[in-house]
Structure formats: C-alpha cells, structure tokens
Design a protein around this ligand. Structure first.
Ligand code: ZN
Length: 231
C-alpha cells in the first residue's frame, strides 16, 4: 500500500515544486577577482551575469601576492562599469589567511586591504575571508569596524569548478531543482563562481543555462551583504 502511494506522492511533490509560488532569491558570488587572473575571463563572467539582469557580489583580493588591484586599470574599469557590489576578499589571499592571525595583524590586513580597494574602486562595506575561514579575533575586528562579515552566511553552491561535459547534465539539473526547493522555503540560494575555474570547460554554459532558468522563474537577485547584514 505504502509503495503504491509513493508515485502519487512524488507526482504531487513535483506539481507543488513547479507551481509558481513566490520567487527564489539568488545571490551570485564571484570569488577571487584579482589582477593575477585573466581580465578577459573576469569580464566574461561579469557579462553573463549582466545579460540576465542580475546583481552580484564580487570578492576582490586587494593585494594578491604583492600585486595591488589598483595596478590593473583595465580590471578596475571593468568592475566599475558594473553595478555589482564589491567585497574585500582577505588581503593577500594566502592559504587560510585569516584563520590564525592574531588581533593586531588581522586588523592591519583588514584596514590596509579596505584602503587599497577604496583607493581605486570606491567604498566597500563587506569582508569575505579566503577559504571562508577566519579567527575569532577577525570576527571581533569586523564587528568593531562595522564591516559586514560575509564569510559564512548561507549554504554555498558551486557547480562550475572546472566543470567537464560528463558532469554538466547532472549538475545543471540538480542546481535548477535546488533553486526551486530553496525558493519554496524562502531561503536565499547562494551560487559561487571562482574566476578561471568557472571559465573552464562547461562553466560558462552552465552559468548561462542556470541564470536563464532563474530569470524564467522570476528570481530576485540580492547581494551577500543584503542577505547577511540587512534585515
Ligand atoms: Zn578566494
């Protein structure tokens, strides 16, 4: 009897899932924006997001292994040509940079990095630690500076990490399904892309397909700061 009811239950579930009730909230995050990465690849990702009219949070590394974001006029003007929100992504982005820093050093890097970004891009209101890993002291500093901490907000979804054609059909199907589920429960859906990894293989195809689907479902676009620090 129970087995017989299962197809009926699944049928009702999928009907419920596809009924347009509320709009999903999508939060697009582009991590590792840096002059050490190809400007063309960064432009390519930004243009796809803009094509569907969505906003995004771009995580900018202020001083990536000795190279300041302000050293690349081209990248700065690409970022400034968008309406995306900029987050400070650590300072140098070495491995788990903010995980074990003591208070003075963490504070120095937060302030220095913020100053660099403000020097060529403009005001920045949020901080995202590399590898989503930060010490207690870092959390404390961000609170003191009234800097929105977007290191760890909602569950993050990343499908475009060197995505090959074998995994593509499964990933795109699963991502669309997840977006609908999150929409039904009014939970922001955070989609993370890493520069370069997302440009590889089927990454851009995935992004186009997914955002086109999100648009067809009237997804509302928000930034990480909006879902983490605005009530
Ligand atoms: Zn990173």
């Amino acid at each position: 009897m129970k087995i017989k009811l299962l197809p009926l239950f699944l049928f009702i579930f999928f009907i419920w899932l596809y009924l347009p009730y509320g709009s999903p909230v999508i939060v697009i995050v582009v991590d590792d924006v840096s002059p050490l990465h190809s400007t063309d690849e960064q432009r390519e990702i930004f243009r796809v997001i803009e094509r569907y009219g969505f906003n995004a949070t771009v995580s900018v590394i202020p001083f990536h292994y000795g190279k300041s974001i302000c050293d690349s006029n081209e990248l700065v003007s690409i970022i400034n040509s968008t309406k995306f929100e900029v987050a400070q992504h650590g300072y140098m982005h070495n491995y788990k940079e903010f995980e074990n820093l003591d208070y003075p050093e963490a504070k120095r890097r937060v302030i220095l990095g913020r100053k660099i970004i403000e020097g060529c891009i403009g005001k920045v209101y949020e901080f995202r630690a590399p590898w989503r890993s930060e010490s207690r002291e870092t959390k404390q500093i961000l609170k003191e500076l009234k800097y929105c901490d977007v290191t760890d907000t909602y569950i993050e979804h990343e499908f475009t990490w060197y995505l090959d054609s074998y995994r593509y059909p499964l990933y795109i199907t699963f991502a669309k399904f997840e977006l609908l589920i999150y929409g039904k429960f009014h939970i922001p859906y955070v989609l993370v892309l890493h520069v370069h990894a997302a440009n590889y293989g089927e990454g851009i195809k995935f992004l186009n397909n997914f955002l086109s689907f999100a648009k067809s479902r009237n997804a509302k676009s928000k930034t990480l700061r909006e879902v983490a620090c605005e009530n």
